[in-house]
Design a protein around this ligand. Structure first.
Ligand SMILES: NC(=O)C1=CN([C@@H]2O[C@H](COP(=O)(O)OP(=O)(O)OC[C@H]3O[C@@H](n4cnc5c(N)ncnc54)[C@H](O)[C@@H]3O)[C@@H](O)[C@H]2O)[C@@H](O)CC1
Ligand SMILES: Nc1ncnc2c1ncn2[C@@H]1O[C@H](COP(=O)(O)OP(=O)(O)O)[C@@H](O)[C@H]1O
Ligand SMILES: [K+]
Length: 498
C-alpha cells in the first residue's frame, strides 16, 4: 500500500505525467475513474433504486457521466442531474457525449427513500463555497437520509485542507483515485468522507513520486524498520535514559504519566526530576521510576553530567510563567551537548511563547533535536503569526512551524499532523476521541522521548508515538483514563517488536 497524500495540485501533476507518458489519455483516466465508482455502487448498493448521479461542470462531473452510462448499461435505474453542460472540447464533454442518460436540471433533484446519490459535482477543483442549487441538493439529500457515494471528495470539502467553507455532502463512501488527499484525513473534511476507497486508475508510483509529494498518512509500514528493540547485551542505561521534569507539589501527576509512558515505550531508565518541595509527593507514587531532586539549572546540569540521559521532557505539569520557558532556553543553550533531544510540551510551550523571539533566535543556532507537541491552543500561542494565517491548512501550518522552530512539530488533535523542518509530514488517521481525556498528552510526550532515547530519529519517533498512543487507546476502549495508557502500550509495543 502506498501512503503518500497528494494535494489537488500534486494529483493534477500526476494526471499530467501519466497522460504524457501514455498510452492512456485524459478521457481514458476518466473512464477508469467512473468505472471504479460504478463497481462500488453495484457491489455495495445492489438494490438502490434509482441511482441519482449529480454532475458538475468539470472533470468531477465527467466521472459522473461515465458512472451514469455504466449503471444504465448494467440495467440499473439511473437519473442524471447537472449544474451546467461541461466545457466544449473537455474530457468531461466527451464523457457526457458517450452518456445515454437524459440530463435534468439540478433544481429538479429530489431523492426518494431507497435511492442512492452519486455526488460528482466538485472534486479537486472546488474553488468557492457551495451555493444555490448545489447547496439545496446537499440539504435535500440530508433530509431524505439517502446514502451518498462521493466521487473523489464529497462536494464542498477542500482536498488541500479538509476545510468546508460552506456546506458539503456527507458521504457513506468516498472513492478517490491513486492516493488519498490531505482533505480526506483533516477535519472537518474527514467527517464528511465516510469509508475511503482508493481506486487504482493507472497512475504509476513513478508519476506520484515525480510530483515531489512529501506528506504521508501515518502508518507503521513506513517507520517500523526504525522501531527500536533492545540489543541482546543491553543494560538499562544503554536502552535509553529519559529525564522528565516534574511540576510543584500540586502538579506532579503529569510528569509521572509521561515517565510511566516512557518506561512502557522501552526506555531502560526514567528519572523524574522533582522540585524539593514535591519530592515527597513524587516519592509516594513512584516505584521503578528513579526520583531525583532538581531545583534549578545547576541541579539539572549536575544530573546531565552524572547520568547522561539521552532525552528530556519539559512541560507537563509545569506552569505558564516565563521562568519555565527561560529554564528550557538555558537548558538548550548551556547544557546543549549534554543530552540528545528535548520534548517540549504543555506549559513548556505556553511559557516559551512569552519569549518567542529569543526562542526562535536560539533555534536558528545549533541546539539539541527538539520535538514540540502543541495542541491547538498551545500552537496558537507560540506560533501566533502562523496560526493567524487563515489561508493555510493545518498541514501547511505545521510545516511552517517546523521550519520556523527548526523542530519536529506534533500538532495534536483528532487529525494530528507531524511535520519536520526538512519538509516531510504525516497526518495521523488512527486517532480516537477516547484520547480526549486529561493527561493523555503527557503520556504522548513520554512515548516520543522514549523512542528518541532508543535512537529512533525525531520525525519517525514522533510519528510512531502518535500512532502507538492512539492504538493503545483503541485497544483499551471506553472508560479509558490517561493512567491506563502506559500499560495499554504493552500490547502495542509487543505488536511492533515482533
Ligand atoms: N485527467 C482527468 O481528467 C481526471 C480527472 N479526474 C476527476 O477530475 C476532478 C477534478 O476536475 P476539475 O479540475 O475539472 O475540477 P472539478 O470538476 O472539481 O470542478 C471544476 C469546476 O467547477 C467550478 N467550481 C468549483 N467549485 C465550485 C463551486 N463551489 N460552485 C460553483 N462552481 C464551482 C470551477 O470553477 C471549475 O469550473 C477530480 O476530482 C476527479 O474527480 C479523475 O477522473 C481522474 C482523471
Ligand atoms: N477527538 C479526538 N480524537 C483523537 N485524538 C484526540 C481527540 N482529542 C484529543 N486527542 C488526542 O489526545 C491528546 C490530548 O493531549 P492534550 O490536549 O495535550 O491533553 P492533556 O494536556 O490533558 O494531556 C493528544 O494526543 C490529542 O491528539
Ligand atoms: K464530488
Amino acid at each position: 500500500m502506498a501512503f503518500e497524500l497528494l494535494t489537488p495540485d500534486e494529483m493534477a501533476e500526476a494526471d499530467r505525467l501519466t497522460i504524457g507518458a501514455g498510452p492512456v489519455d485524459g478521457v481514458g483516466l476518466m473512464r477508469r475513474a467512473g468505472g471504479a465508482i460504478a463497481d462500488v455502487v453495484l457491489s455495495r448498493f445492489p438494490s438502490a433504486h434509482p441511482v441519482h448521479v449529480l454532475c458538475g461542470p468539470g472533470n468531477n462531473g465527467g466521472d459522473g457521466y461515465v458512472v451514469a452510462r455504466l449503471l444504465r448499461e448494467s440495467g440499473g435505474a439511473v437519473r442524471l442531474f447537472a449544474t451546467s453542460a461541461p466545457r466544449a472540447g473537455s474530457d468531461a464533454a466527451l464523457a457526457a457525449a458517450e452518456c445515454p442518460v437524459a440530463v435534468e436540471p439540478l433544481s429538479a433533484f429530489a431523492p426518494e427513500t431507497g435511492s442512492l446519490v452519486v455526488d460528482a459535482l466538485y472534486g479537486a477543483g472546488l474553488s468557492k463555497p457551495l451555493a444555490g442549487d448545489v447547496l439545496a441538493a446537499v440539504a435535500r439529500t440530508a433530509e431524505a437520509g439517502v446514502p451518498v457515494v462521493a466521487v473523489d471528495l464529497p462536494s464542498g470539502v477542500s482536498g488541500r485542507s479538509g476545510e468546508v467553507p460552506g456546506g458539503a455532502f456527507k458521504a457513506v463512501i468516498t472513492v478517490t483515485f491513486a492516493r488519498k488527499k490531505p482533505g480526506h484525513l483533516l477535519f472537518p473534511g474527514r467527517a464528511h468522507c465516510g469509508e475511503i476507497i482508493v481506486a487504482d486508475i493507472g497512475i504509476s508510483d513513478a508519476a506520484v513520486a515525480a510530483t515531489g509529494a512529501r506528506c504521508r498518512e501515518n502508518d507503521p509500514a513506513w517507520w517500523r524498520a526504525l522501531f527500536p528493540s533492545p540489543a541482546k547485551d543491553a543494560h538499562k542505561y544503554s536502552r535509553g535514559h529519559v529525564g522528565v521534569f516534574s511540576g510543584g507539589i500540586a502538579a506532579t501527576g503529569a510528569a509521572r504519566l509521561s515517565a510511566m509512558a516512557a518506561a512502557r515505550a522501552g526506555a531502560g531508565a526514567v528519572t523524574v526530576l522533582s522540585p524539593g518541595a514535591a519530592l515527597a509527593a513524587n516519592a509516594a507514587h513512584l516505584t521503578s521510576i528513579i526520583l531525583r531532586r532538581c531545583d534549578g539549572l545547576e541541579d539539572a546540569i549536575a544530573f546531565l553530567d552524572e547520568r547522561k540521559p539521552a532525552v528530556l521532557v519539559h512541560g507537563p505539569g509545569l506552569s505558564p510563567e516565563p521562568e519555565v520557558g527561560r529554564f528550557a532556553l538555558e537548558l538548550m543553550g548551556h547544557a546543549s551537548g549534554r543530552f540528545g533531544a528535548l520534548v517540549l510540551d504543555a506549559d513548556g510551550i505556553t511559557s516559551m511563547a512569552r519569549q518567542r523571539a529569543a526562542f526562535f533566535e536560539a533555534r536558528r543556532r545549533s541546539g539539541p533535536a527538539l520535538v514540540l507537541t502543541p495542541h491547538h491552543g498551545e500552537f496558537g500561542r507560540l506560533f501566533s503569526d502562523i496560526a493567524a494565517d487563515t489561508s493555510l491548512s493545518k498541514l501547511e501550518r505545521a510545516l511552517a512551524a517546523a521550519a520556523k522552530a527548526n523542530a519536529v512539530i506534533v500538532y495534536k488533535g483528532p487529525d494530528t499532523v507531524i511535520a519536520a523542518p526538512d519538509g516531510r509530514a504525516a497526518i495521523n488517521s488512527n486517532g480516537t476521541p477516547l484520547l480526549a481525556t486529561a493527561g493523555s498528552g503527557d503520556v504522548l510526550s513520554g512515548i516520543v522521548a522514549a523512542l528518541m532515547a532508543q535512537s529512533m530519529p525525531p520525525f519517525e519517533a514522533a510519528c510512531a508515538a502518535v500512532w502507538m498512543h492512539a492504538e493503545a487507546a483503541r485497544r483499551f476502549g471506553p472508560g479509558l483514563i490517561a493512567e491506563d495508557l502506559p500499560l495499554a502500550l504493552r500490547e502495542v509495543v509487543a505488536g511492533l517488536s515482533g
